[in-house]
Design a protein around this ligand. Sequence first.
Ligand code: FES
Length: 142
Amino acid sequence: MNYSDILMAHFKHPKNQGEMQDASGVGEVGNPVCGDMMKIYIKVEKDKDGDDYIKDVKFQTLGCAAAIASTSMLTEMVKGIKLKDALKITREQIAEKLGGLPKEKIHCSILATEGLKKAIAQYRGETIEKTEEEKEVEGEHC
Ligand code: FES
């Protein structure tokens, strides 16, 4: 597999990996393409404007190198920002920051963005069974 040096660095030394005991929200997502799993924990607090922001974030996964690296990168991108801004981060932006993802591995980054969406939804007391992106990759293959 042709992975960039940045991606390999995040895979070998993932940032923010582990469990969070006092999470404000937890998002669990399964990849419909390969069956791999992701759990994302967020700690939410109010910033000086009174807006919710991500004070801390952690993840656990049973996924491939691309999934681990994508989620590691996402956690670095969302730490310290408002929830509404964290929700705007796309899989394309993550892939770009990782120096690109091989085409057949693009679906792996879904675990990161959709796990985060579900964690934020849980914090807000909402339920998402399946996000639009999850439905979108259902027909893809590894
Ligand atoms: Fe399953 Fe990448 S997340 S193959």
